[in-house]
Design a protein around this ligand. Sequence first.
Ligand SMILES: Nc1nc2c(ncn2[C@@H]2O[C@H](COP(=O)(O)OP(=O)(O)OP(=O)(O)O)[C@@H](O)[C@H]2O)c(=O)[nH]1
Ligand SMILES: [Zn+2]
Length: 203
Amino acid sequence: MCLLQEENIVINTNSHKVDLNKIEQAVTMILEAVGEDPSREGLLDTPKRVAKMYAEIFSGLQEDPKEYFKTVFHEGHEELVLVKDIPFYSTCEHHLVPFFGKAHIAYIPRDGVVTGLSKLARAVETVSKRPQLQERITSTIADSLMETLNPHGVYVMVEAEHMCMTMRGIKKPGAKTVTAVSRGIFETDDIKRAEIMTYINMN
Ligand SMILES: Nc1nc2c(ncn2[C@@H]2O[C@H](COP(=O)(O)OP(=O)(O)OP(=O)(O)O)[C@@H](O)[C@H]2O)c(=O)[nH]1
Ligand SMILES: [Zn+2]
């Protein structure tokens, strides 16, 4: 999230600085390099817009998803909690094009300690807003939850379509990548894992 904009530096809530000037110069160079004329009317503000866009889509860099899980409630609930179909948009670190889809996050609280439901979605948002790999989104969320709430187990599944596989390269629109990470009890308990799959697939 952007707090301040002074001259050409955007300062995020985490004090991470994004140098808008530098991005603008780079975008101008890219436009020139591909044979465009950056001074034509339609492109005049493009470097500025792209710089603002990068500040937004990479705002999760140096934010820590674990911060969200400090919001806890003592509810005595020791059964499954699942927030599913959390939409996200991220950026493939290899090609800097989007990949997007849904995340499903499940955990079984220990000692009745639960976190706010929205915090699970906030963690997805933070981790997505970085140059990323789908596998890393999945494991970072699972490990952050394990380290902060110390639940009996965590299961995270991410389904996504990668535009580097659809609009370019191999060009396979519709191909979906599914990544899943099990921690704690979900690593060993096949029935508990199967239960989550049932809930995830349920309308
Ligand atoms: N494991 C993993 N691979 C990804 C992800 N996003 C993109 N990739 C892959 O990263 C690989 C990069 O391969 P390279 O051979 O270095 O790059 P490239 O020549 O552009 O590859 P092609 O996409 O096959 O044209 C590609 O196979 C992409 O599909 C991701 O989230 N996880
Ligand atoms: Zn890619």
